[in-house]
Design a protein around this ligand. Structure first.
Ligand code: CTP
Length: 441
């Protein structure tokens, strides 16, 4: 595919650039192919159309022409320099570059500022390979200027830390601090997109700690900052609420709803803290849920995702509070109430528990194992068919088809789960049970 594109432009300058080059050098496979050329967008279009390709010019004002080869989207962008985002303006001001050097030097980090030519040779003008090998985020030119041209790069630095665990160079650290407030100029959808990617990184704990340290959280979810001032030393916790939160996010599986819920689950703690012989945060999950709703509304997350996150936050204590004295019917109620959210709720609980005081972790994990085992048993029960058919119920009680028959079957299933009835009984046993129930009602 790549060869096809190089062949189309055999008389012109063309390089593979951007994240694909970085990922390839790291040994990852990517289908994303971005090219850079000295041709102007009109000229690129002409070459492609002459060869019979249908081109798309949505990004043409920014120099990008796209087209499809073998089902993959290819983008070819004219060399750019001085790509600056103006204050209050979502569109960057662009000047075309003349050489690949012009194009690479204006990119965010040296690890993203390499190119590959048609022979496979890596063009590395700013020590990108060395920085990749050493795990360092460095800018090709002055870091403050790079961040100020497009403040999103501040969050991109954190994203690459979250994804690869890389460290910042000293100049990048300084620029993160000095340019942080420029995040105010960004439209919220660019912030959200980048922050979602940060949350999904394998090193998210380090990334969130940085966002606090460099005061970047102030511009994304400022409500989290106060958590660092809330101590919660108790039999369950040995860290402040912010450090505990970071631990929970890190423990959570890589799933957007779970990572967001982990991040926001304890937001209500500063407002509900009380003390008798020890610290309590009664009903903090409800306060957290209300705050979560308003934060996600402000950031405009998709509605379904928001609802899922709010549900997880609001109910995160339910599984944590499990103890072995719960009756089967309490477990069953929990399964029925939580419905489609059950699995994620258990995963969130596991992540929460694992960030507790180490002395208590095993105890709580054992409880959670027990709960999971009992849920599985009840689930098996749920999957079983009702041991008595609707027709027998209708004939026996002289009923015509209707909701009542379904309800009576459910009563039998619930009684089986509770241990009130057993499987394999004679039909009469079930009918007598229902007769008693109808009588009582
Ligand atoms: N780039 C940049 N500044 C930005 C965004 C992108 O300099 N604010 C440059 C980088 O060279 C980057 C390339 O444009 O590698 C492509 O950006 P993008 O498509 O967003 O890809 P990456 O973020 O690098 O990587 P991924 O594809 O994994 O998201």
């Amino acid at each position: 595919m790549e060869k096809t594109v190089f062949d189309l432009f055999k008389f012109n300058e063309l390089y593979l650039v951007g994240g694909t080059v970085r990922d390839r050098l790291l040994g990852f496979k990517t289908n994303d192919l971005d090219f850079a050329t000295n041709l102007l967008p009109d000229e690129v279009e002409k070459v492609l159309q002459k060869a019979g390709y249908k081109t798309h010019d949505i990004g043409k004002a920014f120099g990008t022409i796209s087209f499809m080869v073998g089902g993959n989207k290819i983008e070819i962008t004219t060399y750019r320099k001085n790509e600056k985002y103006q204050r209050d303006n979502r569109r960057p001001v662009i000047e075309w570059g003349k050489t690949i050097h012009d194009d690479l030097i204006r990119r965010d980090f040296t690890i993203n500022a390499m190119a590959i030519d048609r022979d496979g040779t890596v063009v590395d003008l700013f020590n990108g390979q060395d920085h990749l090998n050493r795990g360092v985020l460095e800018t090709p030119m002055d870091a403050e200027e790079i961040f100020s041209d497009d403040p999103l790069r501040i969050l991109r630095a954190v994203r690459f830390r979250s994804r690869f665990g890389f460290k910042y160079s000293e100049s990048v650290k300084e620029a993160l601090k000095s340019q942080a407030s420029k995040l105010l100029y960004l439209p919220r959808e660019r912030i959200l997109d980048e922050f979602n990617k940060i949350l999904l990184g394998g090193h998210v704990g380090k990334a969130l700690a940085d966002m606090y340290a460099y005061k970047l959280l102030n511009y994304v979810v400022p409500e989290l900052i106060i958590l660092a001032d809330v101590d919660q030393y108790s039999q369950y916790h040995s860290k402040n609420v912010w450090l505990h939160t970071i631990g929970v996010v890190e423990n959570a599986p890589i799933d957007l709803a779970l990572r967001w819920a982990a991040l926001l689950h304890d937001l209500g703690k500063p407002f509900t803290k009380t003390f008798d012989t020890q610290v309590h945060f009664y009903n903090h999950e409800e306060v957290s849920a209300i705050m979560t709703e308003s934060i996600l509304h402000r950031l405009v997350l998709p509605r379904k995702l928001s609802e899922e996150i709010v549900y997880l936050v609001r109910n995160h204590m339910r599984a944590n509070l499990y103890d072995k004295k719960w009756t089967d019917s309490a477990v069953r109620r929990f399964v029925l109430d939580t419905g489609e959210h059950l699995d994620k709720l258990l995963l969130l609980s596991r992540s929460d528990i694992t960030s507790h005081n180490p002395a208590k972790v095993q105890l709580h994990l054992d409880d959670l194992e027990d709960l999971t085992r009992r849920i599985e048993e009840l689930k098996n029960y749920k999957e079983l068919k009702c041991p008595i058919g609707g027709k027998s119920i209708m004939d026996h009680f002289n009923l015509s088809t209707g909701k009542i028959v379904g309800r009576l079957k459910n009563d039998i299933m619930e009684a089986l789960a509770n241990g009130e009835l057993r499987l394999g009984e004679n039909e009469e046993v079930y009918l007598n049970f229902l007769a008693g129930k109808i009588h009582r009602e």
